[in-house]
Design a protein. Structure first.
Length: 366
């Protein structure tokens, strides 16, 4: 399947899916073939493909027509970690082993000179660990949460932002018709970028983000004040990682095999129930969930993902390793993988968007 005559690179997609993954795969593959005469090996299902030895050769034909497709043609996994692989299939208390040495051996057996790892903070952390074991890795930042340190924005975020904003727009009309408080729960994990930006874009009256623990009394005060002033509905946008003052985040479930076992979810229902109880106003909740991950990437994400992919191919050809591509201003730059792993890009309380939200009368709960 694989020729031994040409320089060879690998590419994988790890973590949760998001729009734009295929655009990166396409950018890496087409630039590698047309500009640098390199072979591209696609690793299936994230790091699991390196553990179970599932790969395929990517050529021009396989990546043609995938620019606009959501998801990833290679598949992905958010539980596959070579440093923490389940030794036995136990759902309750799995046992874990380190299979990273066999992963390194397999990459060397394939003759892969550089490995392009596309993913979020978990994928980047594993990439850094593998880099320390000798693999030559280029990271590409992806997540709808926009929480990867070192880049101004990740691809996938703009697409999810547009989905969330459109949903808020649609909920506005039913909120007005039925005179209800409508709570919309969006993703984002421990970072509030998605809730903050979709809330501003959608005209949310209340926006609750993880970085600002909320006081439910302040939220209810705004809702009641709007009602007194003749505003017979309110829109409350809640990040899944939001938490009350002195309280904890709402955890939907724990997946022990995952690299990030905590699955957040349910805060929207909690907030809606409290608002209805404290104000007497009928409240409803909509959880957008995986709708934010699916579908066609926006033009912005297609362009950014393609730029990231082309840059990754260029770096592989130049023999660069141990870095992640990133967007700084309008430029594609590189940052050391060692600076990325273990860090999260959160919303600063001094961020201009926080001030913008407050200046238009939005309640942030704190």
């Amino acid at each position: 399947m694989l020729s031994a005559k040409r320089r060879r690179i690998g590419v994988l997609t790890g973590g949760g899916d998001c729009p734009g993954l295929n655009a990166v795969i396409r950018g890496v593959t087409k630039a590698s073939i047309s500009q640098y005469n390199m072979e591209v090996v696609g690793v299936e299902d994230g790091y699991e493909g390196l553990i179970k030895k599932h790969v395929q050769l990517l050529d021009w034909k396989k990546v043609s027509g995938i620019l606009t497709q959501g998801g990833t043609i290679l598949g992905t996994s958010n539980i596959a970690n070579p440093f923490r692989w389940p030794a036995k299939e136990k759902k309750e208390n799995p046992e874990f082993v380190d299979v990273s040495d066999s992963v390194v051996e397999y990459v060397e057996e394939l003759g892969i000179d550089n490995l392009v790892c596309i993913g979020g903070d978990g994928t980047m952390a594993i990439a850094q660990q593998l880099s320390q074991k000798g693999l030559r890795i280029i990271g590409v930042p992806k997540t709808i949460d926009n929480d990867i340190w070192g880049t101004d924005i990740t691809f996938g975020f703009d697409s999810a932002l547009n989905v969330a904003t459109e949903a808020i727009d649609r909920i506005h009309t039913t909120a007005m018709s039925h005179h209800r408080v409508m709570v919309i729960e969006v993703m984002g994990r421990y970072a509030g970028w998605l809730a903050l930006e979709s809330g501003i874009a959608g005209g949310g009256d209340v926006i609750l983000i993880p970085e600002i623990p909320y006081d439910i009394d302040k939220v209810c005060a705004l809702v009641k004040d709007r009602s007194k002033r003749g505003k017979r509905f309110s829109i409350v946008v809640v990040s899944e990682g939001a938490k009350p003052l002195g309280g904890d985040r709402v955890v939907q479930r724990v997946v022990k095999k995952s690299t990030d076992p905590i699955r957040l979810g349910g805060i929207g229902h909690k907030v809606a129930e409290e608002i209805e109880e404290l104000t007497g106003l009928e409240s409803r909740v909509t959880v957008l969930g995986h709708l934010q991950r699916g579908g066609t990437p926006t033009a912005f994400d297609r362009v950014l993902a393609t730029r990231f992919g082309v840059k990754a191919a260029e770096l592989c050809n130049d023999g660069v390793a141990g870095v992640m591509v990133a967007l700084r201003g309008r430029d594609i730059v590189t940052v050391p993988l060692s600076d990325v792993g273990g860090k999260t890009r959160l919303v600063s309380l001094e961020h201009p968007l926080v001030e913008v939200a407050r200046n238009v009368g939005t309640c942030l709960g704190g």
